[in-house]
Design a protein around this ligand. Sequence first.
Ligand code: SF4
Length: 255
Amino acid sequence: MEQEMTEIIYAGIVDNSTIDYPGKVAAVVYLCGCPYRCPWCQNRDLLTMNSPNCRKTDTREIIKELRENYLIEAVCVTGGEPLMQEETLDLLKEIKKETRLLLKIDSNCYYPRKLREALPYLDYFTTDIKAPLDQRYGKIAGLPDRWKKIVSRVRESHRILRDWDNPKEARTTIIPGLLEKKKEVRETAEIVKKVGFTEYTIQQFRPENTLDPEYEKKQSPPRELLQELAREAKKKLPNTRVQIVTLEEGFEEIK
Ligand code: SF4
């Protein structure tokens, strides 16, 4: 029997990336739509379904492209927010059924129900912890009035992730004027510990193509600041791999 068609809104596939799945060459599938409006977001062209870069495609087309790519061992489904579309679950199931690829998603934890349904298909999970879980989260996500709803959904997702034993990574972006202090990183590191993330990455804000053009005038935080903040996080996370990622040097583990 022929498989039913599922349509999904996506912006395309990058064929082989070496930075999107730890230790593996991976294809990256960019899905459209995101419930947040982080002013510093660099994926502004993926935030709405009707963006000129987004189009509907049959998920079977994506599977075909992945199957024909002999260079990859893994696939990363990202966005925007990949769990915003209901059809993403079908895509994940199909990838697992139709290919032998390792599967990871990058999600912002806003959809706990869909996260619970997606986890059985995943080999790896990455999320961002944008800020400590209070008003600051809403501000950094660009939706200050909705911070309570966001925080409650993120907390629920974290409860689900606590019981999931595959490798899981959390990331925090250091953004001038929004999140750059040791105290804030100590608070995010507490969350990393509580949820049991196996990796914690502190990454550098980049002032390019940002949703709010004001952020293009800001400077990238220096590598030394990221190292200092990561050392602070490491004190709380002796059993977690802590790393920074900068434009200058790429990934560096902090011990
Ligand atoms: S940075 Fe924020 S707005 Fe941009 S894709 Fe991620 S969660 Fe969405």
